[in-house]
Design a protein around this ligand. Sequence first.
Ligand code: SOE
Length: 397
Amino acid sequence: MEETKPLRVGMVGYAFMGATHSQAWRTAPRFFDLPLSPRLAAVAGRDPGRVAAAAAKLGWESTETDWRRLIERDDIDLIDICTPGNTHAEIAIAALEAGKHVLCEKPLANSVAEAERMTAAADSAAARGVYSMCGFSYRRTPALSLAKRLVDEGALGQLRHVRAQYLQDWLSDEDAPLTWRLDRTKSGSGSLGDIGAHVIDAAQWITGQDIAGVSALLETFVKQRPVGGDLVGLGGHGSGGERGEVTVDDAAIFSARFDGGSGTAGAIGVFEATRFALGRKNAMRLELNGSKASLAFDFEDMNSLWFYDAADEPNAGFRKIQVTEPEHPYTGHWWPVGHGLGYEHAFTHQVVDLVEAIAAGKQPTPSFADALQVQRVLDAVETSAADESRWTKVEGA
Ligand code: SOE
């Protein structure tokens, strides 16, 4: 049998997202027939001891202590960026210019200007057959892929309402440490970019409509936090003593108008992103109401999609679609008779779709251009919030 050509991956960063991506690269070829064979060739991180330990734990063949070295290596085909947002632009642009495909964690960048430069680099690389994708992994959650399929098939009719929330609670503890995610110079923004970006992307992708304008509020509930604790992980409890400034939002809410395209009325939307919703762990929720039907999703019940069809028996209520069956997106490759999937599977599906697109010589989605649109929405939200919630158009809308 002919051997499948390898796709040699070099990953930068190895914390939470690095672990999810490693798991995906390892697992994808074991459950899906891939046209290229991913190899976990090298992982880069600044501390030699820590990166070696991460490589051993996560299954990488070699290590580098400088990401530039990863890009110079001839035996690397793809750079997987799992570092804080302030490093994305430099790494991604260098990788694309060196002819390496790129998978970049979300949000794409810390500013619209960076995202524009990355998109320009991605577009010119794509013309040379070098591709890039932004890691909005939730697109590959089977129930959300099914939601998109239903909207595309016209099952909802004309879309009227988009209700999107991403609720977590891991910062509710006022003594949770001041990690990089709370430092604007590293993360770009707080809940807004970290988790709000996911629901913005999901809403735009599923509806097929871009957000054209917003009115927003941002809030930082806890303005100072302990420094010197665990600066990498999520949550935790910092040691007392010195506290430093939180420079990002803790919560973001905004109303939005979507662009329906070619003269059609777009939907209106409400969005909420917070890491202070006590009791909510990963409640990434989306509800759409159309002229014919509604659908609702909550990641805390991720194997279900709720669907209400106005043509059903009157007031029959929402019915639950158990999204675990072979006819549903991705699920047929996994466990038999509806055993269900978890958080990590979306990352595996992301790798599958990326590898298939690269092998086919096609632009994977979400492209950097798609992620730039999300970045423009994040920017409009910040502009609006800084000016007493003034209605703010999204650039380019
Ligand atoms: C932390 O809020 C976080 O890990 C996000 O950074 C991820 O993108 C999301 O999938 C889960 O929560």
